[in-house]
Design a protein around this ligand. Structure first.
Ligand SMILES: [Zn+2]
Ligand SMILES: [Zn+2]
Length: 383
């Protein structure tokens, strides 16, 4: 936890022309270095170019030139202060794909030139029961998440992937197999593993009936992954304009959750429901759609469950479960990437330039994205 000068450095400053031209010579062994990032200086501030410090590349670290970074709804929650943290500037982004440009001398997993991904976390203790079970996302000593988390290596807080470069321990970098569409793969680092993990944990079988609640960034990947498991998939959305996408994504049908006749028709129908809705909503109408012993897994709502109006009677009579799941471990993140590479599964994305992040956030909040924004750092670096 020793300070490295990071906390004392002027972290947030408008990027001058000279700073833009400044490039780290060789970050290995020469101490922390500055990179350009896009961050916010306060809860209501727009995104602006800033400089942040990355730590020196240590023996087990890789330095990644970021090519693409997805915009997750968690980024929006964080920037808007929904999760209560008050540290600024904030640089979100945990769906990172880039090229390895330097490796520490003890690195074995990557070579310079490899394509690597970074998902929702960058460190954990590696020794606790959960870490030893490949569940670093719930490290008992505290997972270091990719942004807005206390950084146990450098001090200060972590900064995410809305930036040009990141330094990460090789264990927390994911190998991206050759041939993948890199921009459309980026969202799998969060949206992919978040929806894949419950399918593995609840042992989704071919032919089982799965409902995906909410058709956004997570939801549309959940549909593709459930269809790849040869499940019988139904989408629940509140957006009439999205109904037509159901079959293309691999679902049998899409249902407007406000359509009471359709909801009644599907009562006691599903083995598994995966809710990707990122805000509080009435869950009980969906609990009524579960079969005996069915489970609704909430992956979208990490705030409290007030307003969900769950009925204990309904849970008891159907022996139903409400469960939660949050991302997945590193091994599982690698597994979903390999699973998707083998089946040619990627996210449906809209590429944006870094200058368009603020606009993109408005569109995420207004559900006006099909289905994930990805920030293109590759083109802006070339330009
Ligand atoms: Zn995310
Ligand atoms: Zn641990």
């Amino acid at each position: 936890m020793a300070g490295t000068g990071l906390a004392a450095a002027p972290l947030f400053s408008a990027l001058s022309a000279s700073a833009q031209a400044q490039q780290p010579v060789s970050p290995i062994g020469i101490g922390p270095f500055n990179v350009r990032a896009y961050g916010v200086s306060g809860v209501k501030a727009p995104f602006a170019p800033i400089q942040i410090q990355r730590r020196a590349v240590g023996p087990k670290d890789v330095l990644i030139d970021i090519l693409y970074c997805g915009i997750c709804h968690s980024d929006v929650h964080t920037v808007r202060g929904d999760w209560g943290s008050s540290t600024f500037p904030r640089v979100p982004g945990h769906e990172i794909v880039g090229r390895v440009v330097a490796v520490g001398n003890a690195v074995t997993k990557f070579r310079v030139g490899d394509i690597a991904g970074v998902g929702c976390m960058v460190d954990s203790c590696g020794e606790c029961e959960n870490c030893l079970a490949d569940r670093e996302q719930v490290c008992l000593k505290g997972t270091t998440f990719t942004y807005d988390a206390p950084d146990k290596v450098s001090g200060g807080v972590t900064y995410g992937g809305y930036s040009e470069r990141v330094v990460v321990t090789e264990h927390f970098a994911i190998r991206i197999p050759p041939g993948m569409d890199l921009a459309a793969t980026a969202p799998l680092l969060c949206a992919g593993v978040t929806t894949f993990s419950p399918m593995q944990h609840w042992r989704l079988q071919p032919g089982q009936r799965v409902g995906v609640i909410g058709l956004g960034g997570l939801g549309h990947v959940a549909v593709k992954l459930a269809a790849a498991h040869r499940a019988d998939v139904t989408i629940f959305t509140t957006s009439p304009g999205k109904l037509a996408d159901a079959q293309r994504l691999g679902a049998r049908e899409a249902v407007l959750s406000t359509d009471q006749a359709a909801m009644a028709r599907l009562a006691s129908h599903f083995d598994l429901l995966i809710s990707t809705v990122p805000y509080s909503f009435k869950m009980q109408p969906f609990m009524d759609l579960l079969k005996l012993d069915g489970t609704l897994v909430n992956v979208g709502l990490l705030l409290n469950l007030d307003g969900t109006e769950l009925s204990g009677m309904s849970l008891g009579f159907g022996r139903k479960s409400v469960a939660g799941s949050m991302i997945g471990g590193i091994a599982e993140t690698q597994e979903v990437i390999d699973y998707c590479a083998a089946r040619n599964i990627t996210a449906d994305i809209e590429l944006i330039r870094p200058e368009q992040i603020t606009q993109a956030y408005e569109r995420v909040v207004n559900k006006d994205v099909r289905y994930r924004f990805v920030i293109d750092f590759a083109s802006s670096r070339q330009a």
